[in-house]
Design a protein around this ligand. Sequence first.
Ligand SMILES: [Zn+2]
Length: 302
Amino acid sequence: MRLDDSPESDNVEDRRGMKKAGLAIGGGAGVIVLIIAAVLGLDPNKLPIPVGGPPPGGGGVGAQKGEPPKDGYKQFASRILGLTEEVWTEQFRANKYGAYEKPKMVLFSEAVDTKGCGSAPSAVGPFYCPADRTVYLDPTFFNELEKLGGSKAEFSQAYVIGHEVGHHVQNLRGYSDRADRMRKTPRENEFSIRLELQADYLAGVWAHHAEKKRKILERGDVEKAMQTARSIGDNRLQEKMKGRSWPESFNHGTDKQRYGAFLTGFNTGDASKRTLDAFFDDTATPFDRKTGELQNTALFGR
Ligand SMILES: [Zn+2]
């Protein structure tokens, strides 16, 4: 990627290196240990960690309560987020969606406390919390992604950030609510797939406009993002972990549909209401229970 003249967002906070002792220790025990530590004036990081927690002293940088690493990652993340702010501000205006309210982004290591979505360990992967409108990312996730057949190339990381920002766009536009209303109904997974594939599509739409405006892409970049989109398809992940897959349990979409959605967004750059609504339209885009796939060749290709 070429990011030299990309705008840097002010909305990135780097919390890497800040140890979340309470969470690392886990649940009630952690809270008690923290209270004891506060009363005794001890450093909670030096207290013994019960079985089930991380190994004492483990975690490298994260184990010191210090500065975030000076590895340039904050600048990279700020540029990607800055590019999403630029594109979505413009697209909200062009499509008469009102003002685009920018999300925040928090970089963390090991575990993080959110305002409204509880605490989360790195293992959950990057996520967006609608309650505090924040994208949470531990960049070491990309090492795990690579083990799963994904790519940690910059544009692949940009696709993942673009997907999480896509969830923010969905939050502002009411699509998240549509999926939420289906929670605990027989159609919960289907609507989760509709939401996730639309987020992949929105990542593609973002990349389309970012490229048009700033010429950020270099040879091979798009292939790397598609490699990642494929590697995190439900069928691929399940086959990798368990040797087979169960379409009825899919909740993000298959490999083919994930990269199909990204690619369609990237090729068209179309953020119109009509197209975005099609992801949630039974008639335009029916769901095939047997394959766990949405049927709409205009959105996902063949
Ligand atoms: Zn998602």
